[in-house]
Ligand binder design. Structure first.
Ligand code: CP3
Length: 345
């Protein structure tokens, strides 16, 4: 039996005070991250250099003692591993060579995924070994984007908007869109199984753009492929708990949680924790959902917001987190302030 609070919570125990980690906890708000990032020679290079990626994964654990570390990588490393052109332009976010036709689909390769992703698996091995040695109560989370969210970037070729091209393709040419999704789903399964085998103790599926879809689109492009993926993961690795994050799903969170064979569901900032507690199964952990801007602001509002979430979640399995990723202007001492509030329960 594990004693790690994060894994006990995913097993259905109402651990209190709750375990905590923060989305994007390794990132530009930390000076020690910026130092490694500047030396690395680009974001993709950082993700594929195991020594550097393991170092930045561990930095927030050393600083704050979080209950979980999350592999330092990106959801777009799956299309990258399939051979799609990807770069991270300074100040512009990710840019990909868009997949818009049969030729674009045919160019995506499934065969080379495991090999191209091998450095990321080496990062997983290194981080797990370092945690067991120095932070034995901290669990390691592996992750991928859900097929819908990653397909949005693959078809659009960039972020920063509302993925109009991708959403139109899903209506105009659903056969092609489904074929892109199917290839991506297969690559994502390979990639997540490899993370589990390399030492990830839980896996999270980020569906950041789930909330862009109509209810029928949500069922077809979010729930169906995510259920297939999660079911395959549970069948192959029954000991690895899963976390789903259908961001901006609103009341469709209930349908998502009912359909998915997952052990936790993450709430975005706008989700009412009390509503979620009443509408997801009581043994499924909830995770979230402090506004990242409250951590930038600090002060009494940060304490109050954090305490309100704790009060709503007391007595059920719960993992404290943000409602979306921590943002670069966050003062690191505000994260320390938050940890003081949370550790007091
Ligand atoms: C949509 C999405 C992406 N990536 C991710 C998502 C899903 C979660 C979400 O909705 O935020 C997930 C992600 N991205 C990153 C992680 C690492 C682990 C962690 O959370 O600490 C994780 C789990 C590192 C990263 N991924 C990225 C950075 C910043 C890159 C840098 O250091 O220059 C980091 C730390 C880049 C990235 N990656 C992505 C975008 C849109 C950007 C640019 C925006 C930005 O710059 O913040 C795609």
């Amino acid at each position: 039996m594990t004693t790690k609070p994060f894994l006990r919570t995913l097993a259905g125990e109402a651990v209190w005070p709750p375990p905590v980690w923060l989305m994007r906890q390794a990132g530009r708000y930390l000076p020690e991250y910026r130092a490694v990032r500047n030396e690395a020679g680009g974001f993709i290079k950082l993700c594929t250099t195991p020594e550097a990626a393991a170092e930045v994964t561990l930095q927030p654990i050393r600083r704050y003692g979080f209950d979980a570390a999350i592999l330092f990588s990106d959801i777009l490393m799956v299309p990258w591993a399939m051979g799609q052109g990807l770069r991270f332009a300074e100040g512009e976010g990710p840019l990909l060579d868009p997949v818009r036709d049969q030729a674009g689909l045919d160019a995506l390769q499934l065969e080379g995924v495991a090999e191209r992703a091998a450095p990321i698996m080496e990062t997983v091995r290194r981080v797990r070994a370092a945690l067991e040695a120095d932070h034995p109560n901290t669990a390691l989370i592996g992750f991928a984007g859900s097929p819908w969210t990653v397909a949005c970037y693959m078809v659009e070729g960039r972020g920063g908007g509302e993925f109009a091209e991708a959403r139109r393709m899903a209506f105009r040419n659903p056969e092609l869109f489904a074929a892109v999704m199917a290839k991506l789903e297969a690559a994502t399964l390979t990639y997540l199984l490899a993370q589990a085998d390399a030492g990830a103790e839980a896996l999270m599926l980020f569906d950041s753009w789930a909330g862009l879809l109509s209810p029928s689109g949500f069922r077809r492009w979010v729930i169906e492929p995510s259920v297939r993926l999660a079911t395959a993961l549970r069948a192959a690795r029954p000991d690895i708990p899963l976390i789903g994050f259908p961001r901006l799903a609103g009341p469709l969170l209930q349908e998502y949680a009912a359909a998915m064979p997952i052990q936790a569901v993450a709430m975005d900032t706008g989700m009412d924790p009390k509503w979620a507690a009443a509408h997801v199964p009581p043994n499924m952990a909830l995770q979230g959902n402090l506004d990242p801007q409250a951590v930038v602001a600090g002060g009494p509002a940060l304490d109050e917001e954090a305490r309100a979430i704790l009060a709503a979640m007391r007595g059920r399995p719960f993992i404290f987190n943000l409602g979306h990723g921590i943002v670069p202007p966050t003062p690191p001492e505000h994260v320390a302030q938050l940890m003081d509030v949370l550790r007091a329960g």
